[in-house]
Write a protein that binds this ligand. Structure first.
Ligand code: APR
Length: 169
């Protein structure tokens, strides 16, 4: 049974087994959550990402897929990197956004993570409308067959926190 919790705060401060990164396909860092995770987690994460690019992900991590690395100096065991879809305007297909949550939980099960913190994937630089992104996120987590016991949505600002709260009620 997976419990879903909501926290307003910084995902890099969450003491969980795995922290999910809203990455881009290069896996080589960026702004937003990605920037915060690499800044706080230190070079070990980027080194592990570079190794992934040199081995399994020569062309980068495809949108909707997920892969785990060390969490470096973060208060977690793993970072699970996933690449959300960029919003293409009204009618954008949210299938790949749902896949980010499903695949991140599948990777969490592979590494044995029992608690997983998610940001609101694709709702920043990738411009996904927050209400739809929250609905997709909650539906995908609720539908997932996973051994993860706690899924924690970590919302950076109050507005996002209330949007997710409304989705969960
Ligand atoms: N903790 C929790 N949430 C955060 C944090 C943080 N430290 N920093 C930002 N956020 C929130 C944003 O407010 C937004 O709601 O995470 C959500 C996702 O925003 P982005 O980080 O911009 O991610 P995304 O929209 O998926 O875009 C990914 O941005 O940073 C680049 O390299 C990344 O190219 C990729 C793109």
């Amino acid at each position: 049974m997976t419990t879903i919790t909501l926290v307003q705060g910084d995902i890099t401060e969450q003491r969980v087994d795995a922290i999910v990164n809203a990455a881009n396909s290069s896996l080589l860092g960026g702004g937003g959550v990605d920037g915060a995770i690499h800044r706080r987690g230190g070079p070990a994460i980027l080194n592990a990402c570079r190794d992934l690019r040199a081995s399994h992900y020569g062309a980068g991590l495809p949108t909707g897929e997920a892969v785990a690395t060390t969490a470096g100096d973060l208060p977690a065991e793993w970072v699970i990197h996933t690449v959300g879809p960029v919003w293409q305007g009204p009618g954008s297909d949210p299938t790949l956004l749902a896949s980010c949550y499903r695949e991140s939980l599948r990777v969490a099960d592979e590494v044995g993570a029992r608690s997983v913190a998610f940001p609101a994937i694709s709702t920043g630089v990738y411009r996904w409308p927050v209400e739809e992104a929250a609905r997709v996120a909650v539906e995908a987590v609720r539908a997932a067959e996973t051994g993860v016991e706690e899924v924690r949505f970590v919302l950076f600002d109050e507005r996002m926190f209330w949007v997710f709260t409304a989705e969960l009620s």
